[in-house]
Write a protein that binds this ligand. Structure first.
Ligand SMILES: *[C@@H]1O[C@H](CO)[C@@H](O)[C@H](O)[C@H]1NC(C)=O
Ligand SMILES: *[C@@H]1O[C@H](CO)[C@@H](O)[C@H](O)[C@H]1NC(C)=O
Ligand SMILES: *[C@@H]1O[C@H](CO)[C@@H](O)[C@H](O)[C@H]1NC(C)=O
Ligand SMILES: *[C@@H]1O[C@H](CO)[C@@H](O)[C@H](O)[C@H]1NC(C)=O
Length: 362
C-alpha cells in the first residue's frame, strides 16, 4: 500500500454549502500541491458525504465528518493545523472561536461578524486565546484585498495627484436567478445583502484609496419586496484625509454595473467589473490629464491568492526555523471587521434619517 501524498498543511473544511462546492473545492483543487484537505464537515452526514465526493479526484483520502462528534474529532486531530469555516453568517464567529481555542489556524468566510459589537467581543476572546506559546491565525476570506486589479489600483492612485472625489457605484444582480437569492441565513441577517455583499465593495474602496473612512451619512430603503431589507443604500462619506465621496448600492438592478472611480488633479482612475475573452474580472483604466488612457483587464484570482497566502502563513507558523513570520495583514480579522464598521455606520445613519455618523475605529 502506498502512503497517500500529503502536501502542505492538512486542513478541514467546516461547511458544505454552495460556496464550498462551487468556490472552495475548485480553488483547493488548483492548490493541491500546497495544501491537503483531510476532512470536510457538515451538520448532516448526507451533505458531508456529498461534498466530499466533489473533492475525491484530488483528495482521495478525504474523510467526511458530521455533527458534534465530527467536530470533536477535528478538534482532537493534531494533524489538522488549519480550518476553513464556511457557514451561515450567524454561526461563523462562534465556530471560529471554538477552533481557535483548540489551537487551529482559522480562515473564516466573510462577513467577519453580524455587527461591530459581535466583532469586538470576538476580538477580545481571540486575544485571550493568544499568548506567547500559542498564536493561532484568524483570517477572514474577503478576497478583494488580494485581487490583482485592486493591488494595481493602489499603485496607480499615486498618479491621480490630489484626490478630488471618489465614487463607488454598485448595481448588483442579486435576483431569483442567483444561487444565493434564496439562502435562508441572508434573509434573517441584519443589513441583508447590503451587509453581506457590501463588505467586498468597502474593502475595494479602502484598498484603492489607502485611507480609512471617517464619517458617513446615508439613506437606505426597501424597494424590492422579494429581497430582505434594505436593498438600496445611498451614502455620502468622508475619508480621514478629507476627501469626500459617494457610495451607492442597489442589491438587484435590471442593468448591473459595478465601478470605483477616483478623480484627481492629474488624472482619473477607474476600476470596473467586467469580462474579457470569457473571463470575469476588472478593467482598470487610468486617464491621465495629458496623454492616452491606459487600460488593463485583470481576471479574478483573489480567492486563490488569499487561500494560498493563508496556507503559506500556516506553513511558516509551524516551521520552527522561521522566527517571527508575520501573517499577511490583508487577511486579518480586523480588516474584515473594519469593512463591517463602515456599513454598520451607514445603516445607523439611515436609521437616524441620514445624520452624519462616525465609523467606529477598530
Ligand atoms: C496559552 O494558552 C493556552 C490555551 O489557552 C494554554 O493552554 C497555555 O497554558 C497558555 N500558555 C501560557 C504560557 O500562558
Ligand atoms: C437576473 O439578473 C441577470 C443579470 O442581470 C439577468 O440576466 C437575469 O435575466 C435576471 N433574472 C431575473 C429572473 O430577473
Ligand atoms: C433601488 O435600486 C433599483 C436598482 O437600481 C432601482 O430600480 C430602484 O429604482 C431603486 N430604488 C430607489 C428608491 O432608489
Ligand atoms: C461581457 O462584457 C460585455 C461588455 O464588455 C457585456 O455586454 C456582457 O454582458 C458581458 N458578459 C457577461 C457574461 O457578463
Amino acid at each position: 500500500m502506498t502512503t497517500p501524498k500529503v502536501a502542505g498543511p492538512q486542513i478541514a473544511i467546516i461547511g458544505a454549502g454552495i460556496f464550498v462546492r462551487t468556490q472552495y473545492i475548485p480553488r483547493l483543487r488548483e492548490l493541491a500541491d500546497c495544501v491537503t484537505i483531510k476532512t470536510i464537515w457538515s451538520r448532516t452526514e448526507e451533505s458531508a458525504r456529498a461534498a466530499a465526493e466533489f473533492a475525491h479526484d484530488f483528495a482521495p483520502t478525504i474523510e467526511s465528518k458530521w455533527g458534534e462528534e465530527g467536530l470533536n474529532d477535528i478538534i482532537r486531530d493534531d494533524s489538522i493545523t488549519g480550518v476553513a469555516v464556511v457557514l451561515a453568517g450567524q454561526v461563523q464567529v462562534d465556530m471560529s472561536l471554538r477552533m481557535l481555542r483548540a489551537g487551529k489556524h482559522v480562515i473564516q468566510e466573510k462577513p467577519a461578524a453580524g455587527s461591530i459589537s459581535e466583532a469586538e467581543a470576538a476580538l477580545s476572546q481571540y486575544n485571550s486565546v493568544c499568548n506567547n506559546s500559542i498564536y493561532p491565525i484568524w483570517a477572514v476570506a474577503e478576497n478583494y484585498r488580494f485581487e490583482p486589479a485592486f493591488l494595481e489600483s493602489r499603485k496607480l492612485i499615486k498618479d491621480v495627484g490630489d484626490m478630488m472625489n471618489v465614487q463607488v457605484i454598485v448595481e448588483g444582480s442579486m435576483n431569483s436567478s442567483n444561487p444565493y437569492f434564496s439562502s435562508t441565513w441572508r434573509r434573517n441577517f441584519y443589513g441583508g445583502f447590503i451587509l453581506d455583499m457590501g463588505v467586498h465593495f468597502i474593502a475595494g474602496l479602502r484598498m484603492i484609496v489607502g485611507c480609512e473612512i471617517k464619517t458617513v451619512s446615508s439613506i437606505a430603503r426597501h424597494v424590492d419586496m422579494t429581497l430582505p431589507p434594505p436593498d438600496n443604500l445611498s451614502a455620502l462619506f468622508q475619508l480621514e484625509n478629507g476627501v469626500a465621496g459617494v457610495f451607492v448600492m442597489a442589491v438587484s438592478s435590471t442593468s448591473p454595473k459595478i465601478f470605483w472611480r477616483v478623480d484627481g488633479t492629474k488624472g482619473t482612475l477607474q476600476v470596473e467589473r467586467g469580462n474579457e475573452s470569457g473571463r470575469h474580472g476588472y478593467l482598470v483604466s487610468f486617464y491621465p490629464a495629458d496623454g492616452e488612457c491606459q487600460k488593463k483587464f485583470y481576471p479574478f484570482s483573489g480567492v486563490t491568492e488569499e487561500l494560498k497566502s493563508f496556507f503559506h502563513d500556516i506553513s511558516q507558523s509551524v516551521n520552527k526555523d522561521v522566527a517571527g513570520h508575520k501573517p499577511d495583514c490583508r487577511l486579518s480579522y480586523i480588516e474584515g471587521a473594519r469593512d463591517i464598521a463602515v456599513l454598520e455606520a451607514m445603516l445607523e445613519s439611515s436609521a437616524k434619517h441620514g445624520t452624519q455618523t462616525y465609523v467606529k475605529g477598530i
